[in-house]
Design a protein around this ligand. Structure first.
Ligand code: HEM
Ligand SMILES: *[C@@H]1O[C@H](CO)[C@@H](O)[C@H](O)[C@H]1NC(C)=O
Ligand SMILES: *[C@@H]1O[C@H](CO)[C@@H](O)[C@H](O)[C@H]1NC(C)=O
Length: 539
């Protein structure tokens, strides 16, 4: 009974034996990206999508989605497709002091994005997700998202197109980045439907007035993601400052849109749905213009039934098993009020282990609705989440578990494609409620402490089965980067047996102090027991 009953690295075994068809639980990276794309949040609930939802503009001017899309373009456009270098690689974070990347929109975007990169989500993937969330929030089509972009660790070549350059220079620049002249016209048409030109950044195009940043929009529908900028160009009614600038040399959009006599744009505007589809195609190509070492994964699809954060933990002095099941619900419909959601599980230890004896069941203890990002809403879904909190004993523990949803006469079961969900190990568990942070004093439900300034997080919260004697207990933590040119800060902290917290439910506590900033921390906790390392990951 003292030997672990679950093979180590169970997840690796599962992944190796799973077919190529998409998602198999567990996949913490898929889960994290799916959450950022469809709920719009990182692990602790902090929201990226909220910054742009409803096609928001910033206080003091500037549309968020426009800035996020422009950010992606500037990161992309210095790509050398033939050499396989550059593209969406987040090198722009190191290039924001360049004259070719002007504007507070750029620096604001970088500051927002930094908070959402993590162990599993590269900055470059955040750049792509941001552009996707932004476009969708303003009425564009969802752009299929695949992940795997690799972050540059230093700046890349110059070469963002300038408004006074010739059409030949622009065609060549886009060509080197991997886009044809037609794709160049479409991409500019799809980009310059959001936002406009700021007098603060281009006073020679938009004259400043009254000391304020004047934004002259590219089209009369403002920040709606549509094709009005092309329609108005073709109709000769455009107010696009890059077509109408007093100084002819600065009319870069006029040169680009007119470079084939308007043929591409005339085709583009034939129907709204065709225009949107063209934008999706060319924006996908931009967001997937990446360095050659990138290995893209499958497209992240919304998970109709997602198991969230299953774990053994301690609450109110009791050992409990907690797990959540998140279900999609079509917008305009409600889950039946009679719905009964049940979790079933088998013991991992003792006489009834491995589903050889009585199984256990419990009804959901609470229902909540996690946020839906603009991308989820466009796909027609919101979420209902069912939370389970059941007492367990450490002599029985939890092995396999699965879910049943009964809607009147119809019953659905969620069994992870038959493999069942499985708790990977129970030798070491984590208790978020025992996190204390020295500046808020709160017993955090949050993974990262909040507030401002540097302070300590004291985590009296790592528990080891009492009968085990680890040779080492430690936390590997990753803090989000605090500046554009800094990488996330990694550190390892050794934990020692807690003097103050008494054993609970067959677990003894280890604690330690992690120096942490306020902006975001994720960590893995590990214990080495009999030469084997057990880890609770990505907390
Ligand atoms: C030759 C190509 C291009 C040139 C010369 C160019 C130039 C410019 C300039 C001068 C601005 C005004 C920026 C400011 O005042 O802060 C601007 C804004 C913008 N550009 Fe481009 N652009 C080009 C292509 C693109 C492409 C391909 C996209 C996206 C796919 C794009 C997306 C945007 C967006 C969304 C804005 C609005 C930003 C805001 O409102 O803050 N641009 N562009
Ligand atoms: C027009 O812009 C170009 C490029 O910035 C500049 O060299 C030229 O002097 C400008 N012309 C006028 C009349 O301002
Ligand atoms: C349960 O399965 C584990 C691993 O396959 C095994 O070591 C253990 O003996 C089993 N327990 C029972 C009671 O069958």
């Amino acid at each position: 009974m003292k030997t672990p009953s679950i093979p180590l690295f169970f997840s690796l075994t599962l992944l190796a034996s799973s077919s190529a068809s998409g998602y198999t639980w567990p996949s913490p990276q898929y889960d994290a990206l799916e959450k950022l794309l469809y709920e719009g949040t990182r692990l602790d609930g902090q929201s990226l999508a909220d910054l742009t939802s409803g096609c928001k503009s910033r206080q003091g001017g500037g549309n968020v989605a426009a800035q996020w899309l422009r950010f992606a373009f500037h990161d992309f456009v210095t790509r050398d497709a033939a050499a396989g270098t550059g593209g969406i690689d987040a090198s722009l974070f190191y290039e924001l002091d360049r004259a070719e990347n002007p504007g507070t929109g750029m620096t604001a975007t970088a500051a927002e994005y930094l908070l959402f990169a993590s162990k599993y989500i590269s900055r470059a993937d955040v750049v792509a997700i941001g552009a996707t969330l932004g476009v969708t929030s303003c009425g564009g089509l969802n752009i299929p998202f695949r992940w795997g972009r690799i972050d540059a660790t230093t700046d890349g070549p110059y070469g963002v197109p300038e408004i006074d350059q010739s059409i030949a220079t622009h065609t060549q620049r886009f060509g080197t980045a991997g886009l044809s002249p037609t794709e160049m016209i479409l991409l500019v048409g799809c980009g310059h439907t959001l936002g406009g030109v700021h007098s603060a950044n281009f006073p020679n195009v938009v004259p400043p007035s009254g000391g304020q940043d004047v934004i002259q929009q590219f089209d009369t529908t403002g920040n709606k993601f549509d094709y009005t900028v092309a329609l108005e160009y073709l109709a000769g009614t455009t107010k696009n400052p890059l077509v109408t600038a007093a100084n002819v040399t600065l009319r870069s959009d006029a040169r680009i849109f007119g470079s084939d006599g308007g043929a591409t744009l005339r085709k583009f505007v034939l129907t709204p749905s065709q225009a949107q589809a063209s934008c999706r195609t060319v924006l996908t190509k931009m967001l997937e213009g990446v360095p050659k070492d990138t290995v893209f994964t499958e497209t992240i699809e919304i998970l109709p039934a997602k198991v969230i954060d299953p774990k053994l933990t301690v609450e109110n002095g009791h050992l409990i098993f907690q797990a959540d099941l998140r279900l999609t619900q079509a917008i305009g419909s409600n889950a039946p009020s009679s719905r009964i959601v049940t979790m079933s599980w088998c013991d991992a230890r003792g006489s009834a282990a491995n589903c050889t004896g009585t199984m256990n069941t419990a009804r959901a203890a609470a229902t909540s609705q996690p946020p839906s990002s603009p991308v989820a809403l466009q796909e027609g879904y919101y979420f209902n989440q069912y939370s389970f909190r059941v007492p367990v004993s450490s002599t029985q523990s939890v092995g396999s578990f699965w879910f049943t949803v009964k809607d009147g006469a119809s019953t659905s079961t969620y069994t992870n494609g038959g493999a069942l969900y499985k708790l990977e190990q129970d030798n070491i568990i984590f208790t978020p409620r025992l996190i204390e942070s020295s500046n808020t004093g709160s017993h955090g439900h949050h993974r990262g402490p909040r507030g401002s300034g540097g302070f300590q997080t004291s985590s009296g919260s790592h528990e080891i089965r009492s009968e085990l004697f680890p040779s080492e207990v430690f936390v590997d933590s990753i803090e989000v980067a605090k500046s554009n040119t800094q990488l996330p800060v990694k550190s390892t902290t050794t934990l020692s047996p807690s003097q103050s917290i008494k054993p609970v439910g067959g677990y003894k506590f280890y604690s330690g102090t992690i120096q942490a900033d306020t902006s975001g921390l994720t960590f893995d906790i590990s214990a080495v027991i009999g030469g084997v390392t057990y880890t609770e990951e990505y907390l």
